[in-house]
Design a protein around this ligand. Structure first.
Ligand code: ADP
Ligand code: MG
Length: 238
């Protein structure tokens, strides 16, 4: 049994069917990348898993529990978006601590977790700064800090690097990969960038129009593309 399971999940917006029927098993501790062209349903799939959208049919389970009808905050998932808005008037420390404050985590525990996250992400020196005093990469780290202090069982990232320049993006890919390994948290990472997918993933889900065209390791997908869509998209010899 998978740690995360999509069981015949479908999703329509009005009359538009975006996801016809997806079943996926994801193992605990894996870094899974959802990749595919713009509009193929990557963000929708993540939002269904996070509980930000309701499935039209099918079910989703995490760690053996059916979460299909649970509220987002009852799913123990943290999500980092592309346009991670930090609170401009708060310091780095306050930004990281804020969701714990809302969740009524006691102050001492909040401070402990902020310091741990700051150390993990190399933000120790920056805790008193405001977002405008940070570089793009540092802001991205604060956004990740906000997510990891909640100690989620699943980490979702939706194109988190798309606002960064190419050099920083390469650097942050490695950092996210290392962070995921160190924390051992199951992560689903969404991108439209094949190279990013190939370099980061334990396994890749390649999507086209809400359909899984292949689910496999980067090596599988590259060496044994299941169809011409995958071969063309990944650019593998076929
Ligand atoms: P991706 O993240 O792969 O670019 P999305 O999951 O955002 O794709 O979108 C998949 C399709 O669903 C697109 O055609 C998009 O227009 C449509 N869609 C997404 N969200 C909504 C919504 N709330 N209402 C109507 N259509 C939507
Ligand atoms: Mg998207």
């Amino acid at each position: 049994m998978g740690f995360i399971e999509f069981n015949h999940v479908s999703k329509s917006f009005g009359r538009t069917e975006v996801i016809p029927d997806i079943s996926l098993d994801i193992r605990q501790g894996e870094l899974i990348v959802f990749v595919g062209p713009s509009g193929c349903g990557k963000s929708t799939l993540l939002r269904l898993l996070a509980g930000l959208e309701d499935v039209s049919s099918g079910s989703i389970s995490i760690n053996g529990e059916d979460v299909t009808h649970r509220q987002p905050k009852e799913r123990n998932i943290a999500m980092v978006f592309q346009n991670y808005a930090l609170y401009p008037h708060m310091t780095v420390e306050e930004n990281i601590a804020f969701s714990m404050k809302l969740a009524r985590v006691p102050k001492q525990e909040r401070q402990k977790r902020v310091l741990q996250a700051a150390e993990t992400l190399g933000l120790g020196e920056l805790l008193a700064r405001k977002p405008r005093e940070l570089s793009g990469g540092q802001r991205q780290r604060v956004a990740m800090g906000r997510a990891i202090v909640r100690d989620p069982q699943v980490f979702l990232m939706d194109e988190p690097l798309s606002n960064l320049d190419a050099k920083l993006r390469n650097h942050m890919r490695v950092e996210i990969r290392q962070l995921q390994r160190r924390l051992g948290t199951t992560m689903i990472y969404v991108t439209h960038d094949q190279v990013e997918a190939m370099t980061m993933a334990d396994r890749i889900v390649i999507l086209e129009k809400g359909i899984v065209r292949q689910f496999g390791t980067p090596q599988d997908v590259y060496c044994k593309p299941a169809n011409t869509f995958v071969a063309d998209f990944i650019g593998s010899p076929s």
